[in-house]
Design a protein around this ligand. Structure first.
Ligand SMILES: [Ca+2]
Ligand SMILES: [Ca+2]
Length: 238
């Protein structure tokens, strides 16, 4: 006769499984956009989005879709500031991310070496929303010295590599929001890595030509193939 021993609990396997899934937020080639002023779309649209979510054109500032220019072979987004006027395009994530891994890729090409007062004012700015104040998490700018320079919290500014006007450069920035580190590849080669501010999230990415504070005429910046993705954890229990 068998007697079941009720003091032995049933063997139930429990194992927490954690997977990370990468999804695209922005895939913007501009190839199917009409030429002329670029439109925006809300970040509540289904992902991935193909346009910026916010564009600022001061009077005379240009954010246009243009025919192949500055070394690109397809349509791109051209940001051109004019004296006293800013031009920028922001790609706001649907939410601000504080964990996971974000990958921000783009190609850009500048028309000329910028004038001396353009330091820190033409390039790409990765922003956090910190109590409704935008803060630079990371940035890269085309410097009057002819050097691409990275900065942002926690800094400092570091010159990484020279650039050639009229020649597109491929960028791939990885933000590890768990380890609070970044890695930048330029034209497929590791160019820089370092730490991020541990408190700040990843809220949006801005391509800027900040000619607002200068009477000089800043060169245009063409941008193509903006591709922004993040990983999100999916937890299972079985
Ligand atoms: Ca294109
Ligand atoms: Ca200009």
């Amino acid at each position: 006769m068998r007697v079941s021993d009720s003091s032995v609990p049933a063997q139930v396997a429990t194992r927490a499984l954690s997977l990370a899934v990468r999804f695209s937020i922005f895939v913007a080639s501009f190839d199917s956009e009409p030429l002329g002023p670029l439109a925006t779309e809300p970040n509540t649209n289904p992902l991935p989005l193909s346009r910026p979510t916010v564009i600022i054109r001061d009077e005379g500032g240009i954010v246009d879709v243009v025919a192949p220019t500055l070394g690109f072979t397809t349509r791109s987004m051209l940001l051109d500031g004019t004296p006293g006027n800013l031009a920028n395009a922001s790609f706001f994530n649907p939410v601000q991310f504080f964990s996971g891994q974000a990958v921000i890729q783009w190609r850009s090409s500048i028309a000329a070496i910028p004038p001396s007062d353009a330091s820190g004012r033409i390039g790409v700015f990765v922003e956090a929303n910190d109590d409704n104040v935008a803060k630079d998490v990371w940035k890269i700018t085309y410097e009057p010295s002819g050097i691409l320079t990275i900065g942002g919290a926690p800094g400092p500014n570091i010159g990484i590599v020279g650039y050639t006007p009229g020649t597109p450069t491929q960028f791939r920035l990885v933000l590890d929001l768990d380890k609070h580190t970044y890695t930048l590849s330029v034209n497929g080669a590791l160019a820089a890595s370092g730490n991020l501010d541990a408190q700040l999230g990843f809220n949006h990415t801005v391509f800027e030509n900040i000619n607002r504070f200068s009477e000089a005429n800043y060169p245009a910046l063409a941008v193509d193939d903006v591709n922004i993705s993040v990983t999100a954890p999916i937890d299972f229990e079985n």
